[in-house]
Structures are given as structure tokens and as C-alpha cells.
Design a protein around this ligand. Structure first.
Ligand SMILES: Nc1ncnc2c1ncn2[C@@H]1O[C@H](COP(=O)(O)OP(=O)(O)OP(=O)(O)O)[C@@H](O)[C@H]1O
Ligand SMILES: [Mg+2]
Length: 340
């Protein structure tokens, strides 16, 4: 039996969507043996070892800033995830994979290759923002501008879509993971406490905000005192987190503005009339949609389950293949492709 699946291999996680539902969602993290590089844990289990591994183990993020950083580990991880999703069924799913906008043909090819080694066939690749537009049911064929912004863990994908393709885009290397990094930096500087990436993410999700909250909230967290090396608890407020991440939030806003600066004025006028579409897990930061909207002076549309909008859009395109006529790789085998 043939199955079509959409797959979004992001910086933080892989999501697989088949016909009507999410069939797999796993963290893109692998714990490997430091000597042999043999994978030991995958996904959530590997993420839990982040910052906690003994010298004999290393935690690897095979996808960095939306692109494959460690091909071998990424291949082992995807094989494992495909196996988890489909078990031992002897069919190889048809795949539409998404990637950040503005990558090279070689990077598209590399992702398609990776998926074929992981068990896929007839692999096509489409830019994430286009997939989001398909999922939203936007008629991308018309000469009308639509702005999609996807704030993920490692990349902020910004694309203006018109006439079936991406007209102007940028994939910023600034996204939600940078909010975590700024929180960790702040805590080290202000409290002399080192915190791990999971604690920084916890603080961001619990009390992070892109705008000053009317009512301050605070959270208790734990880390290690940089002088004594001993564990220490501290309390951090939402105002402090706001201060820690504000500059990074502004960089994201500015990156979007710069894409608009490079966009044809008529398309900008369309976007101003319609509003822009904001998605990605990182867009859930409290107050971020309002902040970007105010910065740009453009109305914002947010999405339910923003972590899934890319992969759901890919699944929509698989059902209506005419949407894919402008994508790099049509539904054909990777073996037919040649690197020019
Ligand atoms: N409620 C929340 N508030 C703030 N941030 C959140 C929230 N929930 C998830 N995030 C952040 O969203 C990010 C993951 O988003 P997403 O799943 O879109 O990333 P990705 O697709 O793996 O990465 P990328 O698209 O950059 O390659 C993580 O950094 C996570 O901390
Ligand atoms: Mg993503």
C-alpha cells in the first residue's frame, strides 16, 4: 500500500504527517558513544541527556539552523523515526519534505538523498513558507503578495509568495533557540549561575515575553554557581527575561522589515491590506505576534498549533499535486536527479 507523507525535519524536531494526522513527532537529538560515534539514544531520551552526559557520551543535534549538520547521524536518526512511524511495513512512503527558504540546490539534493537512504521514495522538496501557504488554502498562483514568517528553533524563515513561488525571502539564523541562549547568558551575568539549555527553554516558555507584561510573574529555577561549582536555586522575573531577549526579538523584527524593503511596492501593498501570517513554535512566545505586528505596522494572523503548519501544508500539497508544479523536485525518484 502506498502512503504519501509530509515531513518537516526542523532544528528541534521531526514531524511526520500522513493524510489527516500527525503520525510522529520526535526531538532531533541523538546521544552517541564518544569513541565509536554509535547512536545510543534518540529523541526525547537523548534531549534529556543534553548537558548531562558523562565523557563517554556526546549529544548531537544533526540538524543545525534548519540544515543537515551531521549527515551520518541524521541518517541514523531518520531511519529510526521512519521505522517508528511505519514499523516493518514493506512499503516506502512517497515523501514531500520541507526545508528553509533560500537554500542551494545542493542542500535540497542532500535532504532528498538523506530521506531516500532512510526509506523514502519519490521524494520532493518544498520550501517551508510555501507549504504554509498551501496549508492555509492561499491561492499562490495569482500575482498577489503574501508574507509568511516561520519562527522556529534555529531559523526564522521569511518569504513573500506570489505567482506560484517565492519572490523575496530570507532565512535568518536567529530564532527561538537564541532566546534560550540570551536567557542563559543573562543568568550567568546577573546571578553567576550557569544553567543548561533545557532550563533556559523552560524559563522562556513559562515566563518569557516579547513585550513588558502588565503583571510581573516569576519562576524558580536551578543551576550551578560558576564560582563554587555547587547547585543553586534562583528566582527570575518576566521583566528580567524580557530584558534578556529584547535585543534578539528586535533582530527578528528587523529581519522581516529588511525582506519587505526588498519587496516590490505593489506586493507590500497587498501584504499591508491582508496582514501577514506568523507561524512556527517560536511564535508562541508571549506577546511576540503583537510586537512584530506593531513594529511592521501590519496586521498579524497567527495559527493554531504553529509547530505543525509547515508539515500540514506539505500534506495538503501531496493531495493536490498541481500545487507542486513549481517546486524543485517533482514527484520522481532521486535517482533521476543529477547535481548540475
Ligand atoms: N509556548 C512556547 N513559548 C515560546 N516558545 C516556544 C513555545 N513552545 C515551543 N517553543 C519554542 O519553539 C521552538 C520550536 O519551534 P519549531 O518546532 O517550529 O522549530 P523547528 O521547526 O524544529 O526549527 P526550525 O524551523 O528553526 O528548523 C523551540 O525553540 C521551542 O522552545
Ligand atoms: Mg521549522
Amino acid at each position: 500500500m502506498a502512503t504519501d507523507i509530509g515531513i518537516d525535519i526542523g532544528t528541534s524536531k521531526t514531524v511526520i504527517f500522513s493524510s489527516t494526522k500527525i503520525i510522529l513527532e520526535m526531538d532531533n537529538m541523538v546521544t552517541v558513544d564518544a569513541e565509536t560515534y554509535e547512536p545510543i539514544y534518540f529523541g526525547e531520551k537523548a534531549k534529556q541527556t543534553l548537558g548531562r552526559t558523562p565523557d563517554s557520551l556526546i549529544c548531537v543535534s544533526p540538524i543545525e539552523r534548519g540544515v543537515i549538520a551531521d549527515y551520518e547521524i541524521a541518517e541514523a536518526m531518520l531511519k529510526k523515526y521512519m521505522n517508528t512511524a511505519f514499523g516493518n511495513k514493506i512499503f516506502r512512503p512517497r515523501i514531500l519534505a520541507t526545508l528553509p527558504a533560500g537554500l542551494t540546490e545542493l542542500q535540497h539534493h542532500s535532504l532528498a538523498n538523506l530521506l531516500e537512504s532512510a526509506g523514502g521514495r519519490n521524494i520532493s522538496v518544498v520550501e517551508g513558507p510555501l507549504a504554509v501557504a498551501f496549508g492555509l488554502g492561499i491561492d499562490t498562483e495569482t500575482p498577489h503578495g503574501t508574507l509568511i514568517v516561520d519562527i522556529g528553533a534555529g531559523t526564522t524563515d521569511i518569504a513573500v509568495i506570489s505567482m506560484g513561488g517565492i519572490t523575496v525571502c530570507d532565512s535568518l539564523k536567529i530564532a527561538s533557540l537564541d532566546f534560550d541562549n540570551q536567557i542563559a547568558r543573562y543568568v550567568r551575568k546577573e546571578y553567576n549561575i550557569e544553567i543548561g539549555p533545557l532550563t533556559a527553554e523552560f524559563i522562556k516558555i513559562k515566563i518569557g515575553a516579547a513585550v513588558k507584561r502588565d503583571i510581573e510573574v516569576a519562576v524558580l529555577a536551578k543551576g550551578r554557581n560558576v564560582f563554587t561549582g555547587l547547585p543553586e536555586s534562583f528566582e527570575i522575573s518576566s521583566g528580567e527575561v524580557y530584558d534578556a531577549i529584547n535585543e534578539t526579538v528586535n533582530s527578528v523584527c528587523d529581519g522581516i522589515r529588511q525582506v519587505l524593503n526588498r519587496t516590490d511596492p505593489d506586493l507590500v501593498a497587498d501584504i499591508t491590506d491582508d496582514g501577514f501570517y506568523l507561524t512556527g513554535g517560536g511564535s508562541q512566545l508571549c506577546g511576540l505576534p503583537e510586537k512584530i505586528s506593531k513594529y511592521l505596522g501590519i496586521k498579524v494572523h497567527t495559527m493554531e498549533n504553529p509547530s505543525y503548519s509547515v508539515v500540514k501544508g506539505a500534506a495538503v500539497a501531496l493531495k493536490k499535486k498541481s500545487l507542486l508544479k513549481n517546486v524543485d523536485y517533482q514527484l520522481r525518484s532521486i535517482r533521476e536527479l543529477e547535481i548540475k
